[in-house]
Design a protein around this ligand. Sequence first.
Ligand code: PLP
Length: 405
Amino acid sequence: MTRAPFDPAIVYNKQIISRTGVPMFSSRMNGKELSGIRKMFDLAMVDSVNLGLGEPDFQPPKEAIDAMENAMRGGLNKYGPTNGILPLREAIAFRMKKYWKDASPNHVVVTTSGTEALFSAMLTIVDSGDGVHYPDPRFVMYEPHTKILGGVAIPYKLAIENAFRPDVEEMERSMTDHSKMIIVNSPNNPTGGMITRQDRDDIVNIAREHDLFILSDEVYDSIIFTGSTHHSFLGQYEKAILANSFSKLYAMTGWRVGWLAAENELIRKISLAHYHLVACPNTPVEYGALAALKTGDRHIDTMVREFEERRDVITKRINEIPGFHALAPPGTFYSFPSFDLHGSKGRLKAEELSMELARNGLICSPGTAFGPNGEYHLRFSFVNNKENILKGMDILEEVTKRYRS
Ligand SMILES: Cc1ncc(COP(=O)(O)O)c(C=O)c1O
């Protein structure tokens, strides 16, 4: 039989059908788009102030770069252990002991990013028809990952009125017979909100009661500001899975390295999903990540101090702009203010406003890029110097003048 060339014949019901009558692509990928944040970049001008990015404007520690280079020059360019090299798993386990005193290298799988960590965990747990509870607004991957696996999305709301903390009673009421997993992300992207110790314990109780897994995305656990405390799910519950990443920890988003941690049996099972996705992490990058961990908190502290100063600058300035209300986020590098402005077509929506800002030289993300509850919010990443942040806020003030009633 001759194979049909790559020439889709018809589009039927949003599905491309090949000439032999078979759907060209898997239904799993139907309706999947790149994140809405990308649209803003297409409108950007050369000298735009960019507060749209989800990555620190710092470089990884020099020690990490040297170690990765040395690993490559020293011939460490081959496949490595599926779960990651032992010294790195030891260093990660040591770091996690502040949350879980029993953490050991056997509880760790090094992944090729936080994104892979999340997907490997979900691939292990989520079957067709399983309910996955995740925040709205939320990190852009939770919904597509759930749907690719045939899971049922059950968003729980994060509202500015509740400091972007989950309403655990509402979460409990949303449980169904098919509920399988709760995803928690604290500190949270895009809101900058964090759960309290009580929230954490209440969520563990709900999970225990309904026999659910908790997938705890803690990739911002190092970016916590004065007076706030991170409450990890690690070691709190036998069905808790931690997903973490070096991306924000050491400003190495392009290196693609993260990790998973869970109790023995659970992590063994997840390791199989990870193996079938990527076989093993990236060997030279692992040596770089190990060297970064050995520098301790020095690099992180410098970055977090700078983010905290910028957090104070941006929060104060946003709140001076009529129609805007911003909380001071206790962690992350995101501000997620709400706004109430009116144009000729009624109340101004997040996407329209962020496009107008982009046309005027300020790049940010519309809250709706993170889910329907992000409507009437913008996300500003304070990953730019204070001068540019203030310049960006001047643009915000100027552009929004025309929408005030
Ligand atoms: C909440 C959250 N989780 C996970 C990730 C994924 O991080 P990475 O894949 O770079 O490790 C991100 C990245 O922005 C994030 O914001």
